[in-house]
Design a protein around this ligand. Structure first.
Ligand code: MTE
Length: 324
């Protein structure tokens, strides 16, 4: 158990979260909402809240069902300072402090395995592969906290269609960067590096599965997974690998870093599910980052993180207690 405690996730304390800037951001967002409605200028939401810290990366309005949750977005200050990116350390504040050493350019992504058109794509090619869209998604971490983030990107399916998976492709593995020169956390044995994740092909093809290049109308901050990452909104956050360098199409279910660390705690599917507890804590409720404080209520966790209408069918007939 000690081993699991050392290698697995732990709960965060409310005191770790700074309420700094939340009120200002909320006010800006409300103003943006009013202006957006008046001008009919979409996507006004994120553009109005653009933090002005990094290069702009606007996205057009998404028509994908479920792509725009109406919840108030988390402040940029919180979303970019309270992170899990173990390659830069295991404390929530480590990535913001340490990830300046990450070099997001030049960058390539190798696509290999069971595809008819394998190849290596550079970042600019990927950015132009399909129109960039804005998507406001809930992201729920297995530790029990959640955020609402306006991402910029397009459905991973756009890339998958272009490389033409063969009939043998049943799963997709995502390999993320592991470079000791850029990532101080790699010297710790907390996970097997590189950080690897996987999806079933139909999950990877689902229009909500997002290849994200930006957030809040700008390119991704390093600590959020620059220059590109996955966002799978109905699964626990660890399925959404950051700083992806390789996408591999395979026939059998690939190993993931979190399964290797503690298979009993982190299954392959890892769908957000209030009825399947983590062995060490309940998943029935969650707290929104930015809503902490004396009077903040815990929210009930939603099945598939609230995306059941869109993705429930992918798991029809499956025992979700067994395939956790
Ligand atoms: N990707 C890599 N390469 N390394 C990581 O440690 N952490 C995951 C996921 N992707 C992680 C990763 C976890 S546990 C979560 S909750 C999300 O990233 C957090 O994303 P955010 O910091 O943008 O909120």
């Amino acid at each position: 158990m000690h081993f699991l405690k050392d290698r697995g996730f732990s709960h965060a304390h409310a005191s770790e979260i700074t309420p700094q800037g939340i009120y200002a951001a909320r006010r800006r967002w409300m103003q943006g909402l009013a202006a957006g409605a008046a001008l009919q200028a979409l996507p006004a939401l994120a553009q109005s809240a653009r933090p002005g810290k990094l290069a702009p990366l606007p996205g057009g309005r998404s028509s994908v069902a479920g792509a725009m949750v109406m919840d108030k977005p988390t402040s940029y200050a919180d979303a970019s300072s309270y992170n899990n990116y173990y390659e830069f350390g295991t404390d929530k504040s480590d990535p913001e402090r340490a990830a300046h050493t990450l070099k997001p350019r030049p960058w390539t992504v190798a696509v290999e395995g069971e595809v008819k058109k394998p190849g290596t794509f550079d970042l600019d090619t990927l950015l132009k592969l399909a129109p960039l869209e804005e998507r406001i998604y809930r992201l729920r971490c297995v530790e029990g906290w959640a955020m609402v983030i306006p991402w910029v990107g397009y459905s991973l399916a756009e890339l998958i269609k272009r490389v033409e998976p063969t009939g043998n492709a049943k799963y997709v593995q995502f390999v993320t960067l592991a470079d000791k020169a850029q990532m101080p956390g790699l010297s710790s044995g907390v996970l097997d590096w590189p950080y690897v994740e996987g999806l079933r092909l139909d999950e990877a093809m689902h229009p909500l599965t997002l290849l994200a290049f930006g957030m809040y109308g700008e390119v991704l901050p390093h600590q959020n997974g620059a220059p590109l990452r996955l966002v799978v909104p109905w699964k626990y956050g660890f399925k959404s690998g950051k700083s992806i360098v390789k996408i591999r199409f395979v026939e059998s279910q690939p190993k993931t870093s979190w399964q290797s660390a503690a298979a009993r705690e982190y299954g392959f599917f890892s769908n957000v599910n209030p009825t399947v507890d983590h062995p060490r804590w309940s998943q029935a409720t969650e707290r929104r980052i930015g809503e902490d404080g004396l009077f903040a209520k815990k929210r009930p966790t939603l099945m598939f993180n609230g995306y059941e209408t869109q993705v429930g069918q992918l798991y029809a007939g499956m025992d979700l207690k067994k395939f956790y």
